[in-house]
Design a binder for this molecule. Structure first.
Ligand code: BEZ
Ligand code: FE
Length: 286
């Protein structure tokens, strides 16, 4: 095509991907061209703005490493990660939520009920629940991978004072699909503010850097779709302004004061009362 014009450039560029042998790749490439061109047309993108955006992407790449993905953070603050989570959340199952940057493979396997308290300061609580299928039957073969931040708001990766296995574990549910983790109440904390995603995009919009307190969970069971999700705290002040759009109503739990001397003993608090959040997690069939 030797006469590229405003009225045909989008179609011509899109058509150059029509020969992709993989059908899904073709669909993704062509839709990407269409939507990028649509964005530029809608806002009347100028050269100066386009160059600034390319410079921004360079800086996002430059600060990224094995330990830090500023591109993932970019996706998070644009709500794209959350959209992908929701697109992958089947109706009738517990919805997915952001994985975040602080999952590390290989957490220690602990016996269920598990205890993560160790030397951690903070409010001692029990996180309890069951893993069920969509019909409400327990999934006795399910496993949980759980991680959270400490009372100072930091994950172990951010805090040299914490041992590398602090506040994370894997465990197997029992025959009723039930689990219990004695732990400390997670704290709200801020997304990273030392990179271009914060300085060039989020801060200029006068947005908040805060995420509401949460537990991260990966729930797996043979024959079921893996669930990557988070559980939030009903009393958290940042539930309505999560910087990365992870909150779903059904993921917001409440700590109840429960009369349970055995639970209090496992928490190491004077009984008989202890604070318990109970959340059932429903997996969709694969
Ligand atoms: C987190 O949940 O730990 C997190 C998620 C997205 C961006 C930053 C942190
Ligand atoms: Fe987190």
């Amino acid at each position: 095509m030797r006469n590229i014009r405003l009225d045909n450039v989008t179609e011509v560029a899109s058509q150059t991907f029509a020969g992709a042998t993989d059908e899904r790749r073709r669909q993704l490439s062509q839709a990407l061209v269409r939507h990028l061109h649509g964005f530029a047309r809608e806002v009347g993108l100028t050269h100066a703005e386009w160059r600034a955006a390319i410079g921004f992407m360079h800086r996002v790449g430059e600060i990224s490493s094995e330990q830090r993905s500023e591109f993932t953070l970019l996706s998070d603050v644009l709500g794209l990660s959350s959209l992908v989570d929701l697109l992958g959340s089947p109706a009738g199952a517990t919805p997915g939520s952001v994985l975040g940057p602080f999952h590390t493979a290989g957490s220690p396997w602990l016996d269920n009920p598990a205890n993560l308290i160790g030397h951690n300061a903070g409010e001692r609580v029990l996180l309890r629940g069951r893993v069920l299928n969509a019909q409400g039957a327990p999934l006795a073969a399910a496993t949980l991978d759980m991680w959270q931040n400490a009372a100072n708001g930091l994950y172990w990766q951010m805090d040299p004072a914490q041992p590398s296995d602090n506040l994370r574990c894997r465990l197997r549910v029992d025959a009723q699909g039930a689990f219990e983790i004695a732990t400390i109440r997670p704290m709200p904390y801020c997304i990273p503010t030392d990179g271009p995603v914060w300085t060039d995009l989020v801060e200029p919009a006068q947005r908040s850097a805060w995420r509401p307190a949460h537990y991260h969970l990966i729930v797996e069971a043979p024959g079921y779709r893996t669930l990557v999700t988070e559980l939030f705290d009903e009393e958290d002040p940042y539930l309505d302004t999560d910087a990365v759009f992870g909150v779903r109503e059904s993921l917001v739990g409440r700590y109840e004061d429960v009369n349970d001397p055995a639970g209090a003993a496992r928490l190491g608090v004077p009984g008989p009362m202890c604070r318990v959040m109970h959340m059932d997690l429903v997996l969709a069939a694969a």
